[in-house]
Design a binder for this molecule. Structure first.
Ligand SMILES: C[S@@+](CC[C@H](N)C(=O)[O-])C[C@H]1O[C@@H](n2cnc3c(N)ncnc32)[C@H](O)[C@@H]1O
Length: 410
């Protein structure tokens, strides 16, 4: 069938109405386009479809720079290769605005929702999780499938990752996480299944099914440098998927604190290996702040934290945020997993009475839900910076500035 799509949905598909008025989510389309589509899924209330032909293209349409977006088999990796990078930035802002308005129930005309500094569209990913194909080579998934697709080279992967995509073999393994240090050149693979057959410089770690598992041996690790700070990142611990992204996040969080005098306590919740505690936390202490508290639940990340952040004045708490006993704090930086803070996290963080909560969200829906909870708890959302951490995809990364305006209702 033919239809016109007019806006973008959380999840990156374009939305149009079919002849019966049913909402249809179309992948491969750009808002304002008239397209011919094949329906792939349908129910009474909505349908999903893929573009077969673009009848009236948008000026925002681009020829995909990656050769693996079209043809068969195809790569299922990046969903926005057909959109210009400038338009991708506008559409990510639209996704965030939509989530804050519909899920967060906020008047978004009062919130400054803007894109951050443009980030590279190629060669940026320093962490990738990939399948292993029957030849032992690294592969992505095909669209809507578990079948492997093996690229010769990946446009968005860092050159040190591409070297492994081209040359490494992981016979007998099922999945591999590749992590490289863009500044240090360190390389590490976390392998499930049998050991890897890889270049000599690459550190090999057995991937842990449960990231919280403890072992007597220290896990393999790489070092990455963010700003002037060296950070150890152990196998099984979280680190941002790109070095440029980590730097951009630190800058955006710093801006979200630019009107706050450092005094009292700064809390880095969901701290990982200390990306924010080691950079902004050190600035906080140098500027006169009394203490930094880093809260993280994964023991491997906590071990990295102990190494990465200054020994004095930074308290490292190995706990779930939901179990942490709140103390009065001035500022909170909170960077939760994809599900967001949820009610348990919000309750703990707001009971610190912090003047400012800087929330980092990697999912627009979770941002909408957390914004609803935080505003109900007496915080006002004034600014969101949408970062292009995942260029050529619809994934968003958002740094939001929440300021305390009232005492929460009992
Ligand atoms: C998105 S990562 C952010 C890490 C760090 N801020 C960074 O940028 O590298 C979220 C972190 O929260 C941790 N985490 C997940 N659930 C948690 C919880 N309930 N309490 C404390 N930490 C948690 C994860 O282990 C992970 O390190």
């Amino acid at each position: 069938m033919e239809l016109t799509v007019d806006r973008i949905a959380v999840g990156g598909k374009a939305i149009g109405l079919d002849d019966s008025g049913r909402v249809t989510f179309v992948s491969g389309a750009v808002p304002t386009e008239r397209v011919r589509v094949a329906v792939t899924k349908q129910s009474k209330r909505f349908a999903e479809a893929v573009v077969i032909e673009v009848l009236d293209p948008s000026p925002d349409r681009a020829i995909p720079p990656c050769p693996y977006v079209t043809g068969e088999p195809r790569c299922g990796g990046c969903d926005w290769q057909h959109i210009t990078p400038d338009a991708q930035r506008r559409l990510r802002v639209a996704i965030v605005e939509d989530a804050l308005r519909r899920i967060g129930k906020l008047d978004t005309t009062t919130i400054a929702i803007t894109s951050g500094t443009p980030l590279p569209t190629q060669g940026y990913r320093t962490t990738v999780r990939m399948l292993v194909d029957n030849d032992g080579r690294l592969a992505y998934r095909q669209p809507q499938s578990h079948a492997p697709f093996r690229p010769d080279t990946c446009l968005v992967a860092h050159p040190a990752v591409n070297d492994l995509i081209q040359n490494a073999r992981f016979h007998g393994a099922r999945e591999v996480t590749v992590r490289v240090g863009a500044v240090t050149g360190d390389r590490m693979v976390e392998v499930s299944g049998r050991a890897a057959d890889v270049p000599a410089d690459v550190r090999v770690a057995k991937s842990v099914v449960k990231t919280g598992s403890r072992s007597a041996d220290p896990p393999a690790a790489i070092t990455e440098r963010v700003g002037a700070v060296d950070l150890r990142v152990s196998a099984g611990a979280f680190f941002q998927s790109s070095h440029v992204g980590a730097e951009a996040l630190v800058d955006a969080v710093r801006s979200a604190l630019n009107d706050i005098e450092p005094d009292g306590i700064l809390v880095d919740a969901y701290a990982g290996g200390g990306l924010f505690a080691a950079t902004l936390g050190a600035d906080w202490l140098a500027g006169g702040g009394s203490q930094v508290i880093a809260i993280e639940s994964n023991p491997r990340a906590v071990a990295d934290l102990r190494l990465n952040v200054p020994a004095t004045a930074v308290q490292k708490v190995e706990a779930d945020v939901e179990q942490w006993k709140p103390i009065p704090a001035k500022v909170i930086i909170a960077d939760p997993a994809r599900t967001g803070l949820e009610a348990g996290g919000v309750a703990r963080l707001v009971s610190t009475g912090a003047d400012r909560i800087v929330l980092i969200s990697c999912d627009a829906g979770a941002l909408g839900r957390d914004a609803l909870l935080l505003t109900a708890a007496g915080y006002s959302l004034t600014e969101c910076t949408v970062l292009d951490l995942f260029n050529h995809t619809s994934h968003v990364e958002v740094v939001s500035r929440f300021t305390k305006v009232s005492v929460p209702e009992q």
